[in-house]
Write a protein that binds this ligand. Structure first.
Ligand code: SF4
Length: 311
């Protein structure tokens, strides 16, 4: 879909660009937004990383670069070079990892030492979706090594909705956060939960769709405002053009979401919603699945919708 059809842009003021270095992951967690899996495909090349960093710099407003996945440590030399390049350009640099690599205290230090002095955040995913313990031995070792090396850390813990879960956070929460039922969670984690009628989900509770502060860029170049909603492609359009033309009110998917959440998205395009839904993201994800053929360049790529290669 051309930029013209979305009308005149209002320009995003992006503070962060999050590179999904790869869709591959050593794990296959039930709650994963991005369908991370050993079977998922797509990894950035060094040239792509360099290009995205150059474009992020050209925006002028970006302070943070994050490397995420999938599991970014699976492509360690690329990750290490990306961190170095981003730090050299003056960005604050963060990584999100499941810490699988911290097999001993010495190994944890071995993997982190080359990154020390270049990073401003190491976010460690550890919870019962990622392993057998809420706070895994690998995460403890990674945390300890990072502290010794002076790398700031944060724990990312996702729990099932309950008293301790915060539901009002995005990608980088400060403590335990609730599952959002999008991506694989919309398939794996909805059974047996209380369902609510679709027309009650009248807003998007997690993303600032009007003024997004950060976007995720995947290995194919798609710029995601929320996982699976692409605003354009860095390798075809460029981040600057994507940012300049952004207009939430005229965007075919964001417009309805801004007007009335996932319920309005369903209403606007007459997507049948017979069943109940666990939360807004569950409805949003299901409605978007139903609209993929209509908006193939926006509701993309297959990787974000669980269309993975067969084993
Ligand atoms: S409601 Fe939709 S756009 Fe908002 S966070 Fe959930 S899945 Fe993303």
């Amino acid at each position: 879909m051309s930029a013209e059809r979305w009308g005149k842009g209002r320009e995003m003021e992006l503070n962060g660009v999050h590179l999904l270095l790869t869709y591959a992951c050593n794990l296959e967690c039930d709650h994963c937004f991005t369908w991370g899996s050993p079977r998922n495909r797509g990894t950035m090349a060094l040239q792509g990383v360099q290009e995205i960093l150059r474009q992020a710099q050209a925006l002028g407003s970006v302070k943070w670069i994050y490397f995420e996945g999938g599991e970014p440590f699976l492509y360690y030399p690329l990750l290490a070079r990306g961190v170095e390049l981003a730090a050299d350009l003056g960005f604050k640099v963060g990584i999100v990892t499941n810490t699988y690599w911290a097999t001993t205290a010495d190994d944890a230090r071995l993997w982190l030492e080359p990154l020390a002095g270049k990073m401003s955040d190491l976010s460690l995913s550890t919870d019962l979706f990622h392993g057998e313990e809420t706070y895994s031995p690998e995460a403890r070792r990674a945390l300890e090594a990072a502290r010794e090396l002076g790398i700031p850390t944060e724990l990312l813990m996702i729990c099932e909705a309950g008293e301790h879960a915060r539901a009002d956070v995005g990608q980088l929460p400060g403590d335990e956060s609730a599952v959002m039922h999008r991506g694989r969670a919309a398939d794996k984690l909805v059974h047996g939960k209380a369902l609510h009628v679709w027309h009650g989900f009248g807003d998007c509770p997690h993303e600032d769709l009007r003024q997004p502060g950060r976007v995720h860029v995947d290995p194919l170049g798609h710029v995601h405002i929320c996982q699976g909603i692409s605003l354009g492609n860095v390798f075809e359009d460029g981040l600057v053009a994507v940012s300049r033309r952004y207009n939430p009110d005229t965007h075919p998917v964001i417009g309805p979401l801004v007007d009335g959440g996932p319920a309005e998205l369903a209403r606007r395009y007459e997507v049948p919603c017979g069943e109940g839904y666990v939360d807004a993201c569950h409805l949003c994800y299901r409605v978007r699945e139903g609209l993929r053929e209509r908006f193939p360049n926006v509701l993309t790529p297959d990787q974000m919708y669980g269309v993975l290669p067969a084993c």
